[in-house]
Design a binder for this molecule. Sequence first.
Ligand code: SAH
Length: 362
Amino acid sequence: MTPMTSHLRNEIAMHGPLTVAAYMAAAMGHPEHGYYINRDPLGMTGDFVTSPEVSQMFGELIGLWCVAGWHQMGSPDTVRLVEMGPGRGTLMADALRAMTTAPECRAALDVHLVETSPTLSALQRKALDGISVAWHDALAEVPEGPLLLVTNELYDVLPIHQFIRTLQGWRERLVDTQSQGGFRFVLADQPTPALALLPDSLDGAPINSFAEMSAAAISLTHDIARRLVDHGGLALIIDYASDQGPLGDTFQAVRDHGNHHVLDDPGEADLSARVDFTTVARVARDGGAEVYGPVSQGEFLLALGIEARAAKLATGASAGQRQDIETALGRLIGSGEMGSLFKVLAIAAPGAPAPAGFEAAP
Ligand code: SAH
């Protein structure tokens, strides 16, 4: 039995079945045995590949998006450039390199990374060697001030609660132990506190429907919106999106680039859920911020000029490199690939104009 499995079995023995959110939070973030704590899960040798790891074009275009945002903010002397969940630091390294083409903007940036994994922070330090950067465990530790915040594939790892519609109304799905070892799902027979997260609009959902709500995503979005309302700026949230709002069972485990059962080998597989952008947008608007999108990642990158960037990179490249650029472009913008599965949402200070890439968004 792994240390994570015995930790979870002890928790359940002491306190009863865990919420899916508590199970996910422990499996991913337990300070000793959590999935992200001791490993680099990214890239071909890891469990999954993210957009910044597919091509430098992704981070570069986000860097240019930040430059445009800084101009829209009235070119403040200091702006907090914050990335949450920066992985290997690739996006930030590519973005900052692209931003050297705008030296006044670059000079205004105060760079902050929010990261909970010591293994990944060490890789970020390497990727950003020679650049002044501050690291934090939580957004609350980043000093207040005008903000440019970007985050790719962080929201999908924030713990979710799961619910199933029964004849008695919504009930929370819980994780219990199996007598022969391992874990199984059970249904709470009484209402649990997390039911308060469900919006009234789900009251009419058919019996046996699933729903998911992330208290962590709600609270993070609330903090981001509050900072934008108080100090100005923009936030860009990019993630694997749910297409049914909070409805559906999107809880998944990925290990070694393939699907894994969510209750098998906790701490050894990446657990995630598709992001419900309707709730993120609602919370940001309720907090007084302006919301743009979501638009598909493909639309967003095309609007930022990814095709011109790819053509520029291809100039002077070998035939093999040109093929690699073409393949990367297809993955980032293609439909049925990251281009349509991922969505991009911008949150802005009230009254701000549409950020770059969202001019055509509703
Ligand atoms: N953005 C990167 C990495 C995505 S993987 C990329 O696109 O390649 C998720 C990242 O979020 C990892 O760096 C992980 O360690 C970090 N992370 C997980 N939970 C977090 C939390 N609560 N706060 C900040 N970072 C977190």
